[in-house]
Design a protein around this ligand. Structure first.
Ligand code: ZN
Length: 213
């Protein structure tokens, strides 16, 4: 009886830790299914999944997806709840945040830099938390436009701020490695919220701070 209570306690503790880490979600990741699918993919390509270099590939890919697609269903509420008081209402810009994501149309990587600016309204966020926010929304099957919007919306939702502007510049492997094959070509997306939508001079300041004016 005592032992059963112990098991219940351990399970409850694990659940509590999970939700504290933002992992208490059902992300629907089924590694067995991924392994099976990769095996079929290899056969479909005409490969021999039994040959030495490929034997571990289904398992490697399953473990890799667990990492690079780990953000599914997670929000940036937790990192963005760590704030500090400020009396300043001057723009804060965190630029050149390197990110890696996966295009949902081809399941190929797209990667580049994110620039996140906001106008504080009594509080600022720890700088590493902005990078963490970008990472959370990048680690799932994405569209660059949606990733840009999700970062901006998370800032507006979880941080007391007057406005947000997010710009993403990225290379899409599905474009540069196949099809039109334009190596190095960049896709640029922008999302503006709050004060940035109303005051054009804020956008000019954003580009000036980026060194693009
Ligand atoms: Zn694509």
């Amino acid at each position: 009886m005592e032992r059963q209570q112990e098991i219940v306690d351990i399970k409850r503790h694990a659940k509590c830790l999970q939700s504290r880490n933002g992992l208490g979600r059902d992300d629907g990741m089924d590694k067995d299914k991924i392994r099976e699918a990769v095996l079929m993919l290899l056969e479909g390509i005409g490969e021999d999944p039994g040959r030495e270099g490929l034997k571990e590939t289904p398992d490697r890919i399953a473990r890799m997806y667990e990492e690079i697609l780990s953000g599914g269903g997670e929000t940036a509420e937790l990192p963005l709840s760590k704030t500090f008081h400020t009396d300043s209402a001057e723009m804060v810009l965190e630029k050149d945040i390197v990110f890696y994501s996966m295009c949902e149309h081809h399941m190929m990587p797209f990667f580049g830099k994110a620039h996140v600016a906001y106008i504080p309204d009594g509080e600022v966020v720890g700088l590493s938390k902005l990078a963490r926010t970008v990472e959370i929304y990048a680690r799932r099957l994405q569209l660059q436009e949606r990733l840009t919007a999700q970062i901006a919306d998370a800032m507006m939702t979880y941080v007391k701020c007057r406005g947000v502007m997010v710009m993403l510049e990225a290379e899409h492997m599905c474009m540069t490695m196949r099809g039109v094959k334009k190596p190095g070509s960049q896709t640029v997306t922008i999302a503006k919220r709050g004060a940035f939508e109303e005051r054009a001079e804020l956008e000019r300041t954003f580009f000036a701070m980026l060194g693009r004016a």
